[in-house]
Design a protein around this ligand. Structure first.
Ligand SMILES: [Zn+2]
Length: 97
């Protein structure tokens, strides 16, 4: 088996799995260290942390009325359509509503 040279490794994703293996995908052209899949996960995680406050804001300031829930679900749908949160997180939020 032929090993890649260090010059080739410069273009590979820097993500490491928990067992020590490294991702073998090429880096995303717009990200300095991660492949398209890992950079998307990173972007979603950062956005999820930021969007929590935005989603928690209801019309009345509480989760008391159906309008409050509808208002928040509308923001969840928008965030999912804009790929700002994961499908799994949107599913969990909708189920909780
Ligand atoms: Zn990767």
């Amino acid at each position: 088996m032929q090993k890649r040279s260090n010059a080739d490794n410069r273009h590979l994703c820097m993500f490491s799995y928990s067992d020590g293996r490294r991702c073998r995908m090429l880096r995303h052209p717009d990200h300095r260290g991660l492949c398209p899949f890992r950079s998307r996960e990173e972007r979603q995680q950062l956005e999820s942390e930021r969007i929590g406050t935005e989603l928690a804001a209801t019309l009345t300031g509480h989760f008391l009325t159906a309008s409050d829930i509808d208002h928040v679900l509308g923001k969840v749908f928008t965030a999912l359509a804009q790929d700002r949160i994961s499908v799994r997180k949107a599913h969990t939020l909708c189920y909780a509503a």
